[in-house]
Ligand binder design. Sequence first.
Ligand code: PHB
Length: 389
Amino acid sequence: MKRTTHALRALAAALALALTASPALAQDKVKVGLMLPYTGTYAALGNAITNGFKLAIAEQGGKLGGRDIDYVTVDDESEPAKAPENVNKLIKRDNVDVIVGTVHSGVAMAMAKAAKDNNALLLIPNAGEDSITGPMCAPNIIRTSFTNSAAGVAMGKVAADKGYKTAVTLTWKYAAGEQSTGGFKEAFEKGGGKVVKELTLPFPQVEFQPLLTEIAALNPDVVYAFFAGGGAVKFVKDYAAAGLNKTIPLVGPGFLTDGTLEAQGEAAQGMLTTLHYGEGVNNPKNTAFRAAYTKAYKVEPDVYAVQGYDAAQLLIAGANAVKGDLGKRADVVKAMETAKLDSPRGPLALTKAHAPIHDIYLRKVEGKENKVIGVAVKNITDPPRGCKL
Ligand code: PHB
């Protein structure tokens, strides 16, 4: 009897050792942490990113590099103050293999810092904070979306080429808006225009009336505004309700009218925006993506859905290269760095600083569509901004 107990104990110990020695055996699901906004003004963006991500995974039979997936989901509420705790929980308590997030640049900065401190793999499916692919860059941080200033630069050039001489910029006062309007100002003034006033209000406030009164008084040739999600819906409607769209064209990065046209309706008609996507991008991948997404979720995809889909496409490329063993980090990153993705937006590759290289389209709102009417900047490459990798 005593001998049997002893043998059983030895067997249990050997088994425990085997399991710790082989993490893939101990836990054969890949843990993916989704840290995104599911409440607040950016809630629709977080949901679209999640849907796009899961669609790409579904196309792989629900697997990542041959392994099943366990999702750990966190609502970051677009709240920078809560970000360090949220992301550290994912890294230290939930032990996720990869973090996907987020939308808000302020939250993303905290995530990038935590990812750097803990060498955690971070894929950014939206937040365009310039410095993350600049001085904050890291081998373990990769962005599949855009850089904040890029769409602004593209629109600044378009506005100057149209012959507008004066502009007012307007945004929530935080990194994304400031970098977007900053890009616009740089290119608009380079093209001979002048930004006569830079207006802001705190994120995520939507009390636009005093600002609209000020814009009417300033009477510039054009207004460039950065808002997204619920805030963008309200701003575009308020701008039209004040009658300003009849006299002063409202332009912006495509976030102003992406995923929002159903709600903005008449108010958005004719608006010009610049973005790395548009419903009508004409390639077979976009056609297939739009059909699959609409079938799966019964709603039309937007730019955020595309970015979520591409984050998963990139992760799939990395995971396939190591047959799902994400512990082989250097090989995973190398495969992602060299991937040439067939994105619904068009071809997508990465700069050395892990920022996307893609085209920025000029779009015009027609009905419920951001119609692609041209390419504003071809193959835009984010400058390294001091990134040393
Ligand atoms: C950002 O905070 O970086 C951000 C948020 C929403 C957008 C674009 C950029 O649509």
